[in-house]
Design a protein around this ligand. Structure first.
Ligand code: SDX
Length: 427
């Protein structure tokens, strides 16, 4: 009968150890018993960037990187993108079940009720330079919201956590839309409670003189994109929210840490970097030259590759399909031709095949956002609106996990041994 254990022989001492294997993992703390002497601290696992470290047990999102599978609470992303609304998915991620009609309408009503921000937030936003990056504005403003809601510190109270979740879901689109208006020098368009979540966000962003002709196809396409971005297990920004949240700070501060991580070009900032890359390539004819430069290590093919997906990102497939519907409304984005050629060449080239590099969620999303009228520096803001429900669900799961405590990794010290202070005139 096979035993779910790992037998380890420490050749330094000849000692044998038996470690339990659970869910395909050993507990790193079980390594500490492996010592060369009584005063030895014991073995640790060394894993820079946590390439092979599970930080938690989660029931929220399941990814199979080899089989291009992504499920939220067990539901395939393809079905949620086709049938669900974004607020329905946000409810599912947080509560673990799809809402009944009554639960959904209460959730929608609660969110609709909280879409306004304190007028001081507007003063705060107008303080940014005219050309401030909207992600920097979002990062600063969401963090500042913690000063408007000091009750949010009471994270141990479930009702209070729900209130803060509603406030963040309701106010992030308002702040995002105001950041857009700020960059255009336009007066802010305030939330309208007669519109649904997506229509309200689009109206606050694009309406002129209170008028914006809604395009239902584009609004549904935006909603699908938000659904596809809603959660993705322990990605960089979610890990940031969990880690910062583990200090028991309020959720506004923890989410602002997630926004900061998402801002980076290797993570959520990649959709903006893809458009910059396509602008740099300029034409389809220039694609082979660009690919050669990437293969020589001169830069990366932005929107390609993934830590977990070593196959086609299932979201990229759905986004590509959504792109066709959007371009029918807006006219073809000329950069799509370059992107399709890039994908065609990369998927045939051994450099990318051998490294299992495929288009990820960011490769095509920017083309759609641009066709919808968003500037490239705003794409990651849209990613943040999509990812917010995932951050909030993961934050709550971390708080409720009895095994979790404040995140505080260890290190391997490779610096100087003890040495004496040297007075400045002897240095
Ligand atoms: C997101 O984690 C998530 O779930 C993230 C996300 C989410 O929903 O939260 O899916 C969203 O962030 C998608 C990723 C967006 N980023 C990009 O598109 C930026 C370009 N991609 C890469 O920088 C990279 O692929 C990462 C950051 C996404 C993944 O990096 P890894 O897993 O650490 O891989 P690596 O850097 O160790 O690369 C392995 C090899 C290296 O080559 P060698 O050193 O072995 O020769 O692959 C090469 C890399 O140079 N490589 C690339 C490449 N990505 C990796 N070469 C060219 N172009 C690329 N895009």
């Amino acid at each position: 009968m096979t035993r779910d254990t790992l037998s380890i022989t420490d050749n330094r001492t000849g000692q044998n150890y038996e470690l339990p294997v659970t869910d395909g993992t050993i507990r790193a703390i079980d390594l500490r018993q492996i010592k060369v002497s009584e005063e030895d601290f014991g073995l640790m696992a060394y894993d820079p960037a946590y390439l092979n470290t599970a930080s938690c047990r989660s029931t929220i999102t399941y990814i199979d990187g080899d089989r291009s599978i992504l499920r939220y609470r067990g539901y395939p992303i393809e079905q949620l993108a086709e049938h669900a609304t974004f607020l329905e998915v946000a409810y599912l991620l947080a509560e673990g079940e799809l809402p009944t009609r009554e639960q959904l309408s209460r959730w929608e009503e609660d969110v609709r009720y909280h879409t306004y921000v304190h007028t001081n937030v507007i003063k705060f936003l107008t303080g940014f330079r005219y050309d401030a990056h909207p992600m920097g504005m979002l990062l600063g403003t969401v963090g500042a919201l913690s000063t408007f809601y000091p009750d949010a510190k009471n994270i141990s109270d479930a009702e209070n956590r729900y209130t803060q979740r509603v406030r963040l879901m309701a106010k992030l689109p308002t702040i995002a839309a105001f950041a857009f208006r700020h960059s255009r020098g336009l007066p802010y368009e305030f939330p309208r409670n007669d519109l649904d979540y997506i229509a309200n966000f689009v109206n606050m962003t694009f309406s002129i003189g209170g008028k914006h002709e809604p395009n239902k196809v584009l609004q549904r396409a935006l909603e699908i994109l938000l659904i596809l971005h809603a959660d993705h297990e322990q990605n960089c920004s979610t890990s940031a929210v969990r880690s910062v949240g583990s200090s028991h700070v309020d959720p506004f501060s923890a989410v602002s840490a997630g926004i900061a991580a998402l801002y980076g070009p290797l993570h959520g900032g990649a959709n903006e970097a893809v458009l910059k890359m396509l602008d740099q390539i300029q034409s389809k004819a220039d694609v082979p030259k660009f690919v050669e430069q990437v293969k020589q290590g001169k830069g990366r093919l932005m929107g390609f590759g993934h830590r977990v997906y070593k196959s086609y990102d299932p979201r990229a497939k759905l986004i590509k399909r959504t792109a066709d519907e959007v371009f029918e409304q807006t006219g073809l984005n000329p950069k799509l031709e370059i992107a399709l050629e890039l994908e065609r060449i990369a998927l045939e080239d051994d450099y990318f095949i051998s490294r299992r590099l495929y288009p990820n969620v960011d490769f095509y999303s920017g083309l759609i956002y641009q066709a919808m009228g968003y500037p490239s520096d705003y794409f990651t803001v849209l990613f943040a609106i999509g990812r917010l429900p995932g951050w909030l669900a993961q934050w709550a799961e971390m708080l409720g996990d009895k095994e979790q405590k404040i995140a505080r990794p260890r290190q391997v010290y490779v610096g100087e041994d003890e040495r004496q202070f040297v007075p400045i005139d002897q240095r």
